[in-house]
Design a protein around this ligand. Structure first.
Ligand SMILES: [Zn+2]
Length: 403
């Protein structure tokens, strides 16, 4: 038996930001479902592909600062304080200045450069989901002000409200969710990818309450970010003093008021959307008009302009695609898959695998060229492939990127 698949070789490095999905607070087990995991990771990967901001690594210890962050626990709905001290006995906020104990002590926190944590979970909600950035909670003033701290990571310059350690998103566990990205939601189903994109957007501070970077730009219920206004005018020809928000303390775009085109770079997932070049509702509207008969929504140019207005940067083009070559998949004598591709002697290749479109993860270590052709056996000893062996999966995708 033989399969043929195409893959793209590129020589450009990947985008700066990596959203890492973390299931620590999925206390009700919603993401035990692998389809739910694949969908939220695909939405996280979409954001990873468009944000080009660099973030400093985090190396918080049990020290004199004992930095804390707070987050809305997705499984309980309670706001919890997480301390980087090992316990209350060594938590300087408790022992030195008599602040309350944290809810959770983790004894240090290391986050690699450019990684942004997304805590996910679910519980019964009245709406489909919610999301927001982590916050500083209690902390010594020097932690807030330190541009290298876990809250700032070199990002904040002046406003110092948005924590860029990561965000939290919560989904309603009782919706009739459609998780699969390769098929369309049926009537009565809600597209999980669409809602996940929206909620993660709040995690970056878009339309988020309590994020001064956003709320400072709202004047008389209009969002005045210059890039947003310019992008909207460029797309529609309409000149506005600012884009209306919902109002009454709700910072979403005003419902059903503005349209924009899908942000074309970073591989949008187009199946079920309006398609490239067409207008859709903004992803950060409070209620996407699912009644319109559009089953899936993507990030738009206007939404991403608003992200830039609050300090993030986004890609402005796609990396030039390299030479497209054919990868050959064959069945080995023991029943596994073997992947072969033409290679250059001396080159190294990054192999990536995924269970769903747009959700690539690295296989490590890098593949060393074996000459004119390089082979790799699915599940080969000495390699870590987080997706797991194809024999346990409904589908598996492979791609190779020349380094
Ligand atoms: Zn929202």
């Amino acid at each position: 038996m033989r399969w043929l698949q195409t893959l793209v070789l590129t020589t450009c490095s990947l985008q700066a930001l990596q959203v890492r999905v973390d299931y620590t607070y999925d206390s009700r087990g919603f993401f035990d479902n692998p389809d739910a995991r694949a969908a939220v990771e695909a939405a996280a990967a979409r954001w990873s592909r468009v944000i080009s901001t660099s973030l400093l690594p985090v190396n918080a210890q049990d020290d004199n600062d004992d930095a804390r962050f707070s987050l809305l626990h997705p499984g309980t709905g309670e706001r919890i304080q997480v301390s980087t001290a090992a316990g209350p006995g060594t938590d300087a906020l408790v022992t030195d200045v008599e602040q309350g104990e944290a809810d959770i002590y983790i004894g240090g926190l290391q986050v690699p450069e450019d990684e942004w944590i997304l805590y996910v979970g679910a519980r019964p909600l009245e709406d489909t989901g919610r999301g927001g950035p982590m916050a500083g909670g209690l902390n010594f003033g020097e932690v807030f002000e330190d541009p290298n701290s876990l809250l700032n990571r070199g990002f904040n310059s002046g406003v110092d409200s948005l924590s860029v350690l990561g965000g939290t998103v919560t989904f309603d566990e009782n919706e009739n969710w459609h998780f699969d990205l390769t098929s369309l939601p049926q009537p009565g189903e809600i597209d999980f990818y669409t809602i996940a994109l929206h909620e993660i957007g709040h995690g970056f501070g878009i339309a988020a309450r309590g994020v001064d970077e956003w709320t400072d730009l709202v004047v008389n219920n209009r969002f005045m970010g210059p890039q947003t206004i310019a992008t909207y005018q460029q797309e529609t020809g309409n000149s506005l003093p600012g884009l209306l928000v919902a109002g009454g303390g709700d910072f979403h775009w005003r419902d059903d008021t503005y349209d924009s085109r899908i942000f074309p770079f970073g591989d949008p997932i187009l199946l079920g959307t309006v398609g490239r070049g067409n207008f859709q509702d903004l992803i950060m509207e409070p209620g996407l008009s699912i009644t319109q008969g559009i089953p899936r929504f993507e990030l738009t140019n206007v939404d991403l302009a608003s992200l830039r207005d609050i300090g993030w940067s986004t890609i402005t083009s796609d990396a030039a695609a390299g030479e497209k070559i054919t990868i050959e998949l064959t069945r080995s004598s023991d029943g596994g898959l073997v992947l072969s591709f033409p290679s250059e002697p001396g080159a190294t290749y990054r192999l990536q695998t995924s269970e769903s479109i747009g959700n690539w993860v690295n296989v490590s270590p890098l593949l060393q060229s074996e000459g004119e052709t390089t082979d790799w056996a699915d599940g080969e000893a000495g390699f870590d492939d987080p997706v797991g062996s194809a024999q346990f999966l409904r589908q598996k995708f492979f791609r190779v990127i020349k380094q």
